[in-house]
Write a protein that binds this ligand. Structure first.
Ligand code: HEM
Length: 197
């Protein structure tokens, strides 16, 4: 019974942690792109994103990480035999990378707040794909355990996921370029109209 309770809250922690990580990545994109806005929009947007990032990190993302890890310790202490499985060792390696990513986000938050971060919105979009890759790998390991299939079907699914991620990046890029083109046309039209007057 205790094992099921630990597992239930382990999964709840995972959902909360990832909701926070994914939203952090999005906020970083908006925060970086706010620097391209003219004043006073730039300062207003940047201080708003700074506040949202801080609250998200402290109230959702970090507690999500702690619930996940504490419940995982509960799972292992209830069934210590699990520690002998190779899938858990592999999973722990990936979880360490995830915890590293989590703390790296804090560093980015601080740099953005001090206006010292040189990353573009596009770079943050790519950075935001890292937790997706880790999520898929960790869940596959947790579900298939020692029987993780490494056959053609698995590689096809992996290729599909990569294609989807690349597709999303390309679509976002196209939308950004279209928007920039539209803004350029409106500026040129306004300049022509002013000089014609
Ligand atoms: C400190 C890190 C972690 C440890 C030590 C850990 C350990 C465990 C253990 C022992 C189980 C029970 C396995 C079972 O009875 O089937 C489990 C289940 C699970 N974990 Fe974790 N976990 C950790 C982090 C994570 C993370 C970060 C994720 C998601 C990205 C995750 C996803 C899952 C899932 C989906 C299950 C349910 C698997 C199933 O019931 O089939 N875990 N974990």
């Amino acid at each position: 019974m205790a094992y099921s309770w630990f597992k239930a809250f382990h999964l709840i922690g995972v959902v909360v942690w990832f909701a926070g990580l994914f939203y952090m990545g999005r906020l970083f994109v908006y925060h970086a792109e706010a620097s391209l806005q003219p004043e006073p929009a730039k300062s207003i947007l940047k201080s708003q994103y700074e506040l949202m990032e801080k609250r998200l990190y402290n109230i959702i993302t970090t507690p999500g990480m702690y619930v996940t890890v504490v419940m995982a310790i509960g799972l292992i202490s209830t069934e210590p035999e699990i520690l002998k499985s190779w899938w858990l060792h592999a999973k722990l390696g990936l979880v360490l990378l995830l915890i590293g990513y989590h703390h790296y986000c804090k560093g980015i938050m601080k740099k953005l707040a001090k206006d010292e971060c040189q990353w573009t919105g596009q770079q943050f979009r790519v950075f935001n794909e890292a937790p997706t890759v880790l999520l898929i790998s960790i869940v596959l390991l947790a579900v298939f355990k020692n029987n993780l299939p490494l056959d053609l079907t698995t590689w096809l699914i992996a290729a599909l996921v990569v294609l989807m991620a690349v597709g999303i990046q390309l679509y976002a890029r196209k939308r950004r370029l279209d928007k920039e083109k539209q803004e350029q046309v409106s500026t040129e039209t306004a300049t022509i109209a002013t000089s014609a007057e």
